[in-house]
Ligand binder design. Structure first.
Ligand SMILES: [Zn+2]
Ligand SMILES: [Zn+2]
Length: 228
């Protein structure tokens, strides 16, 4: 078995997650997602290609091989278990756990993983609403999810998932009352690209940069199980 270093797992997971967000994965995407330099990405991709974990075509698009996807998904599962452990057992806030899980996920042994599943029970999604249930934008849409930027005026929605790799964004969401499971109404779409939302008793105006990081589902969508 190939020995996987921390950064390899991080690269593979980032590729799988960027795909799940509908991004075309090229080296610039990874540099951005992992906050590393382009030369660092180039170097890592050489190793990953050599190890048969990714392929890079002439158009620069990076894809996981099935072996690469296996490792990425195992890491994602562990990442989400750690996030759930931190919120459900230790009571950490949902917007705080991602960074902690980034560090701890690599230390999870198969035995500990089994214990975590026994203790936490099976669930498809993490505290941010993300998970292997949503491997691609197509899968999200099939489950009734739409981006908040595409939501219909006058309709009621529930927040299904949010982009979780930006702590400042998550803190902003929390401050505004936007978290997975929260209900919101789309009041108006404004000329300046913002959306006016009704949330609880109040109203907020959200810019597109934040709105496009939120997947919502119609509050009455029949097939949508309460993930949170
Ligand atoms: Zn996370
Ligand atoms: Zn998460």
């Amino acid at each position: 078995m190939t020995t996987i270093t921390i950064s390899k797992e991080d690269y593979l997971k980032a590729i799988a997650e960027a795909e799940a967000e509908g991004q075309t994965v090229i080296s610039a995407t990874l540099a951005h997602w992992l906050s590393v330099t382009r030369p660092a990405v180039t170097f890592a991709l050489k190793r990953l290609t050599k190890d048969g974990l990714v392929t890079v075509k002439a158009d620069g698009i990076i894809r996981l091989t099935s072996q690469g996807r296996d490792i990425a998904e195992r890491t994602i599962v562990r990442h989400h278990l750690i996030e759930r452990m931190l919120t459900e057992i230790f009571g950490m806030a949902w917007y705080e756990v991602h960074d902690e899980a980034e560090r701890l996920e690599h230390a999870v042994s198969p035995a500990f993983e089994k214990k975590l599943i026994e203790r936490l029970g099976h669930k498809d999604t993490c505290p941010h609403g993300n998970g292997l249930a949503f491997r691609s934008v197509a899968e999200r849409r099939k489950k009734g999810l739409v981006l908040l930027t595409e939501a219909a005026t006058g309709a009621e929605y529930k927040v299904a998932s949010v982009y979780e790799r930006d702590r400042k964004l998550l803190e902003f969401f929390e401050k505004e009352g936007i978290r997975p499971g929260a209900r919101l109404g789309v009041k108006t779409k404004n000329y300046d690209g913002t959306i006016t939302l009704t949330l609880g008793k109040g109203q907020i105006r959200l810019g597109a940069a934040a709105a496009e990081k939120i997947w919502v589902v119609k509050a009455c969508f029949p097939k949508f199980v309460n993930y949170n």
